[in-house]
Ligand binder design. Sequence first.
Ligand code: ATP
Ligand code: MG
Length: 396
Amino acid sequence: MPQALVHYHELALKGRNRGVFQQRLVQHLQHSLKHTDVTEVKALPGRLRIAFRHGDSWEAVRDRIRHTFGVANYALADSLPIDYASPNLAPLCRAIEAALQPETFSTFRVTAKRGDKRFAKTSLELNREIGAHLCRATGKRVSLGEADLTVAVEIVDHAAYFSLRKHPGPGGLPTGSGGRVLCLISGGIDSPVAACRMMKRGCRAVFVHFHGRPYLSRASEEKVRDLVSRLTDYQLKSRLYLVPFGAIQRTIVVHAPAPIRVVMYRRMMLRIAEHLAERERCWGLVTGDSLGQVASQTAENLRSVSEAAQLPILRPLIGMDKIEIITEAQRIGTFDTSIEPDEDCCTLFIPPHPNTRSRIDDVRQAERPLPIGDMVKAGIDAAEVAEFSFGAGPAR
Ligand code: ATP
Ligand code: MG
């Protein structure tokens, strides 16, 4: 039966949390692989084993593993039972020799690992003995540095596993291990990347989008649904709050001096987001801000905006250049959607010369005549909720 071995970053999972983390990873993979022909996802000491029925399913299985945070690397593997006390390496050597037959290479190396120290041979002995056999059988050379091909051997669970190709996984920590965060998502390039970074650190993301209806079309909203649906590939289930923001912006426009309006919009967004975060038991708010990128993201304005919320505001892109963010958006698959044309609510009522150095006292002064509590409540009451689950597409 075809099988894969999945490794996580052991350093990250050391100590008391390890069992819980491993269990999360197993459950996530079981859920994620539900619609493939996988028969078992099993925790072995230090790694996971995924068994599936047909070799043809590998691409589908692989695609799910690639979208699973916490996976450091993975490989399609074969295995043979092996005796720990008096191991006979001959059948293993023959099996590896057969697996090497279709491969073209001139140098190779063997990297063996004992997952269980009760095994009678050391890793070094395994490397030497298997290496010597393969040299004789194939006529190829061993190169410990830059080998064309690496044969990985792992002794675990009374079996010898071997694989020829290790693939890097997405890294990070298993979904849910970092608690829940509320991500402010626009239709732009940055915020989906910011959300994905927090998801990679094990956070479960809940999303909120502020849209310009009734003043603007549904374009930004459709893009955001598409983006959330893509990000759901990683966490399997998502919730998106859609909050109408047009009326709130109009109120701000009527009362506030033009240059600080953008800061005021952002503060209202954070206040509403914070209420939703409480409802969703989220410990932080996530935005796609990058220092100095636009007028609303200068040091002074970020500070004025942050002051409106109590919860930690997480800005995972704060030190990144636009080019770096774009590269990451392309890698995680959100870029093409993000660059589709839309009408973001923030382009509505945008002042021609926004203040890049707002003073918090001026902002508070400008907010004084506004019924902030009522505006927040109205936004929350009018919010629509959309649920997404992996494989099902967005629920509308
Ligand atoms: P993005 O590419 O994420 O849209 P941006 O470079 O356009 O970011 P801004 O428009 O200043 O920057 O937005 C900064 C952050 O504020 C966004 O990354 C996002 O987290 C949040 N934000 C902006 N507009 C909205 C919106 N309509 N709904 C939800 N969050 C928003
Ligand atoms: Mg934007």
